[in-house]
Design a binder for this molecule. Structure first.
Ligand code: PRP
Length: 183
């Protein structure tokens, strides 16, 4: 069945099939690395909820899931690097193997802050699994992800959890938003 493209989307950069392949691979990699480790998958709300739902179903070893919500201080348009915890984990992470699942790594400031915060709780290990990493010429994210799904261009992309003004998270693909929608 032909996919009906949302009228606000200029082009699709990752189709549902691309996404399935990426997430299956990430699930396989994590499953191989975490045998008998019972990892805790930490989802950073809200954007990562779609990716996490698929990722945990691609992981074949026992694991548990918990959620954090953070909000960026500052303008809200660009990461300031200082985040406020809106919802903390319910799980004690001391001695646990933690994997933070993120939808997109851009400046990396959100995760850099979060990693420090979680490391202070003495997990056995802590790694990042990023569905996508934004390629910005001349810039490198403040943290590196151990598991990287794919690289995306420095464009205004939405879908598969990524939003513009809270919309488009439900698109099953990742696409570039038409400039007239946000300008
Ligand atoms: C997005 C994304 C990451 C962060 C990445 O979240 O989900 O958490 O930005 O940016 P950075 O690498 O530059 O810090 P956003 O603040 O848009 O909130 P959301 O998850 O609710 O969409």
């Amino acid at each position: 069945m032909a996919e009906q493209l949302h009228p606000d989307i200029e082009s699709v950069i990752l189709s549902e099939e691309d996404i399935n392949q990426i997430v299956s691979r990430l699930g396989r990699e994590i499953s191989e690395d975490y045998v008998d480790k019972n990892p805790l998958i930490v989802t950073v709300l809200r954007g990562a909820f779609v990716f996490t739902a698929d990722l945990v179903r691609a992981i074949t070893v026992p694991c548990t899931v918990d959620f954090m919500a953070v909000s960026s201080y500052g303008t809200g348009v660009k990461s300031s690097g200082v985040v406020r915890i809106v919802k903390d984990l319910d799980t004690q992470i001391e001695g646990r193997h933690v994997i933070i699942a993120e939808d997109i790594l851009d400046s990396g400031l959100t995760l850099s802050y979060l990693m420090k915060l979680l490391e202070a709780r003495h997990p056995a290990s802590i790694r990042i699994c990023a569905f996508s990493v934004k390629d910005v010429p001349g810039k490198k994210p403040a943290v590196a992800a151990t598991y990287v799904g794919t690289h995306v261009p420095d464009a205004f992309i939405v879908g598969y959890g990524l939003d513009y003004a809270e919309h488009y998270r439900n698109l099953p693909y990742v696409g570039v938003l038409k400039p007239e929608v946000y300008s």
